[in-house]
Design a protein around this ligand. Structure first.
Ligand SMILES: Cc1cc2nc3c(=O)[nH]c(=O)nc-3n(C[C@H](O)[C@H](O)[C@H](O)COP(=O)(O)O)c2cc1C
Length: 375
């Protein structure tokens, strides 16, 4: 619900940055290198124009849909993002309750500061996917998948764009990764006492980000994805895909969903804005049983509308939920989601859409459509 203080998502970003220590702000906000992709992911949305239909009955709007067969009340979900306890002491439990309250999906980061079991307990009717990376130690991957199944998670979202960590400029200036350890926050999913290699590796490398990076495989292949598929019946969603070629390879490898994403501009700089890459991916997997989603720079209901028109089944948000948490915990994260719901509902009404399937690709064009017409 929009309040006087928070009218739009930018209000949460502005206020959220004043609520937590500045080096945590830098961790959440940073992009890679020159932050071109970070900025462009938001700006790119502004380059598309809407072509509404008029004279339609929009008195009732239905925003509900499904994601991998599970109902959600509207097509905005939460991307995995690390360490919610840097924003608020209860961390991911609060985010989980916000997503549950809003009837949508939350992805729990591999580097969450709360365990899967605690998240599931905090929001017993919540819908969750677990974020997994391709790790060097396959026993750890197996353990995380079994735990996700045991805790009732409904999907695995596999990060594909991070065989190495991007150059996080703002945290590098603060030397944050040389300091961040268990004194501040825990990487709870990696507290695995029955896998001695993990215990040893954590002893050797107590710095959290450095530890995690040391665990991630820097030689991943499609065979790893196929192997993970043999371990579980949960749907596999590939995250961090930006080209038709990669999307087709993954579709043929049997993934169930693709999240078009530039990792919030935190990995390779000069990647395209995900909204610009979306259509290519949608086209590449047409005919395959694969749902396509996108994240990166979504801050407005009209952004969601544009992504849906361009073929996304749902969009995901990363930082806005963190700023919501920093401002006002569970309530703040829920407000962020509710503002997007209301803005999407309004954009639909003003475009002549009463349900999501009324949103057609012809309703969005690149701004050049109008500029060229004037020449
Ligand atoms: C602080 C932070 C931590 C993140 N941690 C992860 C992660 O653990 N796994 C992952 O796949 N993506 C991670 N991401 C990327 C997000 O899932 C998502 O792709 C990105 O934030 C979307 O862009 P947005 O912040 O503009 O919405 C993280 C992003 C942020 C801001």
């Amino acid at each position: 619900m929009a309040s006087e203080k928070y009218i739009c998502l930018d209000d949460f970003e502005k206020e959220g940055q004043t609520k937590i220590p500045s080096w945590f702000v830098d961790y959440y906000a940073t992009g890679a290198d020159e932050e071109v992709t970070l900025r462009d992911s938001r700006l790119a949305f502004k380059r598309y124009r809407l072509r509404p239909r008029i004279l339609r009955d929009v008195s009732i709007r239905d925003l509900s849909t499904t994601i991998q067969g599970q109902p959600i009340s509207f097509p905005v979900c939460l991307s995995p993002s690390a360490f919610h306890k840097l924003a608020i002491p209860e961390g991911e439990k609060e985010t989980a309750r916000a997503a549950e309250k809003c009837g949508t999906l939350m992805c729990l980061s591999s580097m969450s500061s709360t365990t899967m079991a605690d998240v599931a307990d905090a929001a017993p009717s919540g819908l969750f996917w677990m974020n997994i990376y391709i790790l060097k130690n396959r026993d750890v991957t197996k353990h995380l998948i079994r735990e996700a199944e045991r805790c009732g998670f409904k999907g695995l979202i596999m990060t594909m764009d991070s065989p190495k960590l991007g150059n996080h400029v703002r945290t590098a200036r603060r030397r944050m990764y040389d300091v961040l350890d268990d004194r501040f926050v825990r990487a709870s999913n990696f507290d695995i006492p029955h896998i001695p290699e993990v215990v040893e590796a954590k002893k050797k490398e107590p710095l959290l980000i450095k530890y995690f990076v040391s665990q991630v495989s820097d030689s991943p292949t499609i065979e790893d994805v196929k192997w993970i598929k043999t371990l579980t019946k949960l749907p596999i969603i590939a995250k961090g895909v930006l080209t038709g070629e990669s999307a087709r390879m993954l579709a043929e490898g049997g993934v169930d969903g693709i999240l078009v994403s530039a990792h919030g501009g935190r990995q390779l700089d000069y990647l395209p804005a995900p909204i610009d890459a979306l259509s290519e991916v949608v086209e590449a997997v047409r005919g395959y049983p694969v749902e396509v989603y996108m994240d990166g720079g979504v801050r407005r209901g009209t952004d969601v509308f544009k992504a849906l028109a361009m073929g996304a089944r749902a969009v995901f948000i990363g930082r806005p939920a963190l700023w919501g948490l920093a401002c006002n915990g569970e309530e703040g994260a829920a407000q962020v989601l509710e503002i997007l719901r209301q803005e999407l509902s309004l954009a639909m009404a003003l475009s002549g859409c009463s349900k999501l399937s009324d949103i057609k690709s012809s309703m969005v064009v690149h701004e050049s459509y109008y500029h060229n017409a004037k020449l």
